[in-house]
Design a protein around this ligand. Structure first.
Ligand SMILES: Cc1cc2nc3c(=O)[nH]c(=O)nc-3n(C[C@H](O)[C@H](O)[C@H](O)COP(=O)(O)OP(=O)(O)OC[C@H]3O[C@@H](n4cnc5c(N)ncnc54)[C@H](O)[C@@H]3O)c2cc1C
Length: 303
C-alpha cells in the first residue's frame, strides 16, 4: 500500500497538498492530498489505479462550479481532466472530452445548426461535470442527450456506459455521487434545427439567467427544485434572503444562491445551508435537497 502511495507521489504531474479553493467557484476549501490536472489519459489511469491500490478516495473535479470542498480539504486523489477535444459530426452527434468547457460544446453544436441543448447556454463548468450532474435549466438536462459515456471505473479500467445505464433524472446521473468513476468523454445525439429557431432558444436561455448574481463567488443553485415548486421562491418565502452566517450569505438577488461574500469558510456555507433547510422545513414543511456536491466532508452535513 505504501508502495502505491510512493509511486503516486512520483507520478508525472502529481501535486501534493494542492489548495482546492482556487479550483472552485465558491473559492473555499482546503488541500487535496494528491491532485492531478492532465489531458494524458494513461497517466490519469495510472493515478487512479495507484490510488485504488493505496485505498485512497478518488474524485473528479471539472470547473468546480457545483462543489463545496471542506475546509480540511480532500484526503485522497482529485483528478481534473484538461483535454478540450470537441467534434461535431454530420449525423448530428457531438463527441467531446470531459475537460472541454460546456459552453464550447454548446457553441459548437449551435454553429452546426444542431438543436436540443440551447438551454445550457451560460452554464459554467466542464462537459464532464455537466454530464455527471445532468446540468440544465427548467425541465432539461444535458445528459438526456447523451448516447454514451466513456469513463474510468474505481479500479482505473476503461469502460463505456451506454445511455440505458446512465440512470438520468433531474440533476442526476449514476456518476453524480460515484466519486471514484471518472468520465473521460461523452457523445450527444442532437437534431438539425433552423438558425432562427435555434437563436430564439438561445435568447430564451440568456433571458432566463439574467436574474443571476454576476461575478459572485457561488456554485449556482444550492438546492434542487422540490417537485412542483421553486427552491428560490420557497427560501424567499421563509424570509431568508440576505441571511448571513460568517462570510456566507443567501443572495438578495436569488435566494437559491448562497454566496461567499469574501471571507466565508466552507463551514460557514455548510452551516448556512443547514440553517436554510431547517427553517424551510419548520416554517413551510418542505424538505430541500442539495444540488451542490460536498467533497471532503466525512458525511453529508445535517439533514
Ligand atoms: C453562476 C452559476 C450558474 C450556474 N447555473 C447552472 C444552471 O443553470 N444549471 C445547472 O445545472 N447548473 C448550474 N450551475 C452549477 C454548475 O455550473 C453545473 O452543475 C456544472 O455542470 C458543474 O460542472 P463542473 O465542471 O464545474 O463540475 P464540478 O463542480 O467540478 O463537479 C460537480 C460534480 O461532478 C463531478 N464531476 C466533475 N467532472 C467529472 C468527471 N469528468 N467525471 C465524473 N464526475 C465528474 C464532481 O466529482 C462533482 O461531483 C451554475 C453555477 C454557477 C457558479
Amino acid at each position: 500500500m505504501n508502495d502505491a502511495r510512493t509511486q503516486l507521489e512520483h507520478l508525472p504531474g502529481i501535486k501534493l497538498d494542492e489548495p482546492l479553493a482556487a479550483h472552485t467557484t465558491f473559492q473555499v476549501g482546503g488541500p487535496a492530498s494528491y491532485f492531478i490536472s492532465s489531458n494524458d489519459v494513461p497517466v490519469i489511469q495510472k493515478a487512479v489505479q495507484l490510488a485504488a491500490k493505496a485505498g485512497l478516495p478518488v474524485a473528479a473535479l471539472g470547473g468546480g462550479s457545483n462543489v463545496l470542498v471542506a475546509d480540511a480539504g480532500f484526503a485522497g486523489l482529485i483528478v481534473q481532466l484538461t483535454s478540450t477535444y470537441c467534434a461535431v459530426h454530420p449525423d448530428g452527434t457531438v463527441v467531446a472530452d470531459a475537460g472541454t468547457v460546456l459552453s464550447r460544446v454548446v457553441r459548437s453544436a449551435i454553429s452546426a445548426n444542431l438543436t436540443g441543448i440551447e438551454f445550457a447556454v451560460g452554464i459554467p463548468g466542464s462537459f464532464g461535470g455537466g454530464l455527471a450532474g445532468n446540468a440544465g435549466t427548467g425541465g432539461h438536462g444535458i445528459a438526456e442527450y447523451a448516447t454514451q459515456v466513456t469513463y474510468l471505473n474505481a479500479k482505473g479500467e476503461l469502460r463505456t456506459c451506454p445511455r440505458a445505464e446512465l440512470d438520468v433524472s433531474y440533476r442526476y446521473t449514476r456518476f453524480k455521487y460515484a466519486n471514484a468513476e471518472i468520465i473521460l468523454s461523452g457523445t450527444l445525439q442532437l437534431a438539425t434545427g433552423t438558425p432562427t429557431a435555434i437563436q430564439a432558444l438561445v435568447r430564451e436561455a440568456v433571458e432566463r439567467r439574467s436574474w443571476q448574481p454576476k461575478g459572485a463567488w457561488c456554485a449556482g443553485c444550492v438546492f434542487k427544485n422540490p417537485s412542483g415548486g421553486h427552491a428560490g421562491k420557497i427560501i424567499e418565502q421563509a424570509g431568508l434572503k440576505g441571511k448571513k452566517i460568517g462570510g456566507a450569505m443567501v443572495s438578495t438577488d436569488h435566494a437559491n444562491f448562497v454566496m461567499n461574500t469574501g471571507t466565508a469558510t466552507a463551514e460557514d456555507i455548510v452551516i448556512l445551508i443547514s440553517y436554510v433547510k431547517q427553517q424551510v422545513r419548520d416554517q413551510l414543511g418542505v424538505q430541500l435537497e442539495e444540488e451542490v456536491r460536498y467533497l471532503g466532508f466525512d458525511s453529508k452535513p445535517s439533514p
